[in-house]
Design a protein around this ligand. Sequence first.
Ligand code: CA
Length: 500
Amino acid sequence: MFVRSFYDSDGDGIGDLRGLTSRLDYINDGNPQSTTSLGANCIWLMPIDKAMSYHGYDVVDYYHVDPHYGTDDDFRNLVAEAHRRGIHIIVDFVPNHSGSQNPWFQSALRDPHSPYRNWYRWSKTLPEQKGPWGQQAWHKSPLRDEYYYGVFWHEMPDLNYKTPAVRGEMRKVLTYWLKEMHADGFRFDAIPYLVEDGERLQHSRGTHDVLRQLGKAIRAAAPESFTVGEMTDEASGVMESYYPDQLDSYFAFGVARATVQAAATGDARGFLKAVARANEKFPPRRWSPFLTNHDQSRVMTVLGDEAKARVAASAMLMLPGMPFLYYGEEIGMLGAKPDEMIRTPMQWDSVANGGFTTGAPWEPLQGDWKTKNVAVQEGDRASLLNHYKTLIHLRNANKALNIGSLALISTDDTTGTIAVWLRTSNDTSFLVVVNFGGHHDPLYMPKLPLRVSDQGYRFESLTYADPAHACTGAFISANMEAQVRSIAAQGVCVLKLRPR
Ligand code: CA
């Protein structure tokens, strides 16, 4: 969630922590019997530390909330109110670089004898070495004839993790947010670039060591905490190197891209390949599916079609691990780059400024807010919002869909549009049938694996179908062959299985 765009409590046009606190019931009202709220049990807040830019990824003070968002006590109150509803709060942690206006960097820049000097990397001359994607990563000091390293840009100088004091300070920051601010964990920003080892500018051994140390410090301070890392590199073997002992989970960018691609093209094969790889290579439940995030064009803009957005959500939310959705995705908010336009204010209702603020919003809303908003979709049982709610509540209510194992099921589908998988926990399995394609299809699964019992399965019930009646004629024979007579275009069916 981008706090700046969720809900403004004081009319200054900027979303804030009090605003978010007042809207927690939308995310989860804490009543397990109720299905009116979204049902999410964790919120990742994009950076709320005092920072230079509107996005917050250039931190000036790691120990205090940015005044635009409120006070440190507003944050503690948010956490207390979230916990009452069973919602955990994890905060963005930006370890790779500080903002250039951070007093640490200012001291290092102004005084070569500063105790903060080696918290950053300096060179008397301009090194020939470029950044990891060939960019200029060494920047001229505005004060003297020297250069400093900043992998993203000159206003974000990289912290130097070879300096023990930097590691110590960051352990202190993390412990502070857990112990004094009561956060439940962290989303680690841009993890591959923490330590530069000679020619190795990403995924270095030093980077893994730092993550290991910081992860250990977090688990020691708060054993129930949760950490998830941003690692966008999909090259083979890279994500594996961040297991088993660094952060708890990582965003599964490969699976995310493949899911959106499958929904866009109707071709399930890339999705099946990406999921098979994640299921095989990464530890169970320690990868996080999603569709698009705050750095990418919104999924509804990419797909441009509600049926496609629905099938993408169906697939994503029936995968294992901790899935993340980006605020507004659940109502199909639009947004294409530049970044400000994929981070526009939440569309709550049809009154002024979509109900986001009584003042002038920091960024104009998307043009469709009057017709596409939470209030409109709450009143429509078939809305995208209610589709998301149903899928999330299904997960919450069924262990197999939440923490169960995953087995991909082979089928006789020759169109390449259908994906089928089994989620199993204890004596319950769910067969998830997804048709990314645009045509009705019959489907035959030659053999379901023996999971639930030696005697095989029977269909107990159709737990969810989208659209309604998406599947007909589901049948499992005594020798475990399964058939679904037809599965609707862009349809999903979740079928509950029991031992025979
Ligand atoms: Ca405000």
